[in-house]
Design a protein around this ligand. Structure first.
Ligand SMILES: [Zn+2]
Ligand SMILES: [Zn+2]
Length: 168
């Protein structure tokens, strides 16, 4: 089994965070994560929404620009909920049950949602969001080097938290 980075074309390295396994590119720090893993570690609503959207795109055969790290076919690009122009899209392969997270797009994440929207999130998503907010504040104040880098699993949760928000 070999996974290839869709950007750098190099082989992805198997990584672990606790019992969570994912495949990471050491050059661009992009990550491939299995849908079954995501179902276990993030809000079920969030990943189900992403998955249903990807299936709709599959039926319409509307493929995105990113190659699946595993099978090499174009993945399905799932956009964030309507009205949210800044959350990065996710790329999903419905055949390999794989989601690609592109960390370069993380800089584009929107400001944290309003408190009443946050209440609708799962505890794990709220925790991830809190971590991410802390990091943004630390970076703004120039003390980013004093806090450890975010684990990939933390930012998956932060990204998927936005996808899991109730739609208007
Ligand atoms: Zn890469
Ligand atoms: Zn695939």
């Amino acid at each position: 089994m070999a996974y290839t980075c869709p950007h750098c074309r190099c082989r992805l390295t198997e990584s672990r965070d606790g019992d969570t396994i994912f495949w990471m590119c050491e050059k661009c720090t992009g990550c491939a994560v299995g849908v079954s893993v995501l179902r276990r570690i993030v809000a079920r609503d969030a990943i189900n929404r992403v998955w249903l959207h990807a299936r709709r795109l599959m039926k319409a055969d509307q493929r995105g620009p990113i190659d699946c790290p595993y099978c090499g076919l174009k993945m399905f690009r799932v956009d964030p909920p309507p009205g949210d122009a800044t959350t990065p899209p996710l790329d999903v392969c419905t055949a390999c049950l794989m989601v690609w997270f592109d960390p370069k797009e993380l800089e584009a994440l929107p400001p944290p949602p309003a408190p009443e929207m946050e209440k609708a999130m799962s505890p794990q998503s709220r925790e991830a969001l809190a971590m991410w907010r802390l990091r943004r504040l630390a970076e703004r104040d120039g003390i980013g080097h004093d806090i450890p880098p975010m684990l990939p699993t933390t930012w998956w949760r932060a990204v998927l938290a936005f996808f899991g928000l109730p739609m208007e």
